[in-house]
Design a protein around this ligand. Structure first.
Ligand code: TXA
Ligand code: MG
Length: 317
C-alpha cells in the first residue's frame, strides 16, 4: 500500500482493474472502473457495502456524462453550467453501458463531475468514468484526509492518491433529475437555498431513510462509536453535572475538559462543514461515555451538517 501524489501511478492501478482512493472537494472516494462489473464488485466488498446501495459515477465533463445517459434534460445542463465541477450529483436515466451493479438494479444512475485538480486530471487521462463511494467502511465516518482512508482501508487497496484535506468536507448534494419535478435526495455541499435560487422554485427535500429512491440514506451512519446527544444550545448543558462527557459545538468553547471541539470558533457554517468529519473521527478516540453535540443553525450547509449529526447520533445497539 502506498500513499502518494502520482497521478500516473493511480491511472496504472485503475487500468489494471484495481481500486484507488481519490481526493475530491467533498470527501475521499474509493474509485474503480465504473464500466466493469469486476471492479464494481471489488468496491462493494472492500467497503462491506450492501448491494442495495448504489454508487456515484464520476466523469471528467458533462459531455462524458452524456455518453452514458438516455437523456440530458435542459435543467441538468443548466445546473451543470453553474455547479460543475462541484459538489452536486444528478440522478439521470442510464444507458446499458453502466452495469446494473453500479446502480443496484435501478434504471437511473448518480453522476457528478468532482472539483479537485488531481482527480479531474486523472479522469482526463482515463478512458472510463470512475465509480466512487466515500472511501470508508460502510456506516463509518467519511474520510476528509488521506490518513483517514489509510486507517479504514489501508490494508485493502494498493494506492491512495493524496490531494490534501478536502475543502467542502460534506458529501455532494443529490438531486433527482429523472422525474418531472426535481427533488433533493441528499443534503450536501450545495445548499438548498442555492439550488432554489438558480431554479427559481422551492425544491422538495426527500432525505428520509425510509425513502426507497435514495437507498443509501441510512438512519444510522457516520457513527463515531459514542453515545451522542443532540442539543439546540450547548450552554444549556452544565458541564459539571455530567462526568465523562465530551462536547461538539458550533463555536462555543468555554469548557474545562479537553474533550471538546468547536467546529468553527468564528461561527462560519462553511468552516464547520469542512471540520465535521475530522471532528467525528477524533471523537471516536475520546475516552468519554457520552458526547453532547450542538445543532447548527438551519441555514446553508447547516442543514446538511444537522442531517449528518442526526444520523451520527442514532442510538448504538
Ligand atoms: O461527495 C460525494 O458524493 C462522495 C464523493 C466520493 O463523490 N461520494 C459519496 O458516495 O458520498 P456514497 O456512496 O457514500 O453515497 C452515494 C449515495 C447512495 O448512498 C445513494 O443514496 C445515492 O448516492 N444514490 C446513488 N445512486 C442512486 C440512484 N440511482 N438513485 C438514488 N440515489 C442514488
Ligand atoms: Mg458514504
Amino acid at each position: 500500500m502506498k500513499i502518494g501524489t502520482d497521478i500516473l501511478e493511480a491511472k496504472k492501478f485503475l487500468e489494471n482493474d484495481e481500486l484507488v482512493a481519490i481526493p475530491t472537494e467533498t470527501v475521499y472516494g474509493l474509485a474503480g472502473n465504473a464500466l466493469k462489473v469486476n471492479t464494481l464488485s471489488k468496491i462493494f466488498s472492500c467497503k462491506e457495502r450492501p448491494a442495495f446501495d448504489p454508487l456515484i459515477v464520476h466523469f471528467r465533463s458533462i459531455e462524458a456524462v452524456n455518453e452514458h445517459v438516455v437523456d440530458l434534460p435542459e435543467i441538468a445542463r443548466h445546473l451543470a453550467e453553474i455547479f460543475w465541477p462541484g459538489p452536486l450529483t444528478f440522478i439521470l436515466k442510464k444507458k446499458d453501458s453502466i452495469p446494473n451493479l453500479a446502480t443496484s438494479g435501478h434504471s437511473t444512475v448518480a453522476v457528478r463531475v468532482p472539483k479537485h485538480p488531481m482527480t479531474l486530471r486523472l479522469l482526463e487521462l482515463l478512458d472510463f468514468p470512475l465509480a466512487a463511494p466515500s472511501a470508508n467502511k460502510f456506516g463509518q465516518v467519511s474520510p476528509t484526509k488521506a490518513e483517514h482512508v489509510f486507517r479504514q482501508l489501508g490494508n485493502e487497496i494498493p494506492y491512495i492518491l493524496d490531494g490534501g484535506d478536502t475543502f467542502i468536507g460534506l458529501e455532494s448534494t443529490i438531486i433527482d433529475l429523472s422525474i418531472q419535478k426535481p427533488e433533493i435526495l441528499r443534503l450536501g455541499g450545495v445548499s438548498v437555498e442555492a439550488l432554489n435560487d438558480v431554479l427559481n422554485m422551492k425544491l422538495k427535500v426527500k432525505t428520509s431513510s425510509s425513502n426507497p429512491k435514495s437507498p443509501g440514506m441510512l438512519q444510522r451512519h457516520y457513527s463515531p462509536g459514542k453515545n451522542m446527544i443532540l442539543v439546540d444550545d450547548i450552554t444549556s448543558i452544565r458541564e459539571n453535572s455530567y462526568k465523562n462527557a465530551g462536547f461538539l459545538t458550533f463555536s462555543y468553547s468555554d469548557f474545562s475538559t479537553k474533550h471538546h471541539i468547536a467546529l468553527s470558533p468564528i461561527g462560519n457554517i462553511d468552516e464547520a462543514a469542512r471540520n465535521l468529519f475530522s471532528a467525528l473521527n477524533e471523537i471516536a478516540t475520546w475516552p468519554v461515555d457520552v458526547v453532547y453535540a450542538e445543532l447548527m443553525p438551519e441555514v446553508g450547509l447547516g442543514r446538511a451538517i444537522n442531517d449528518r449529526l442526526k444520523r451520527a447520533s442514532f442510538p448504538l445497539e
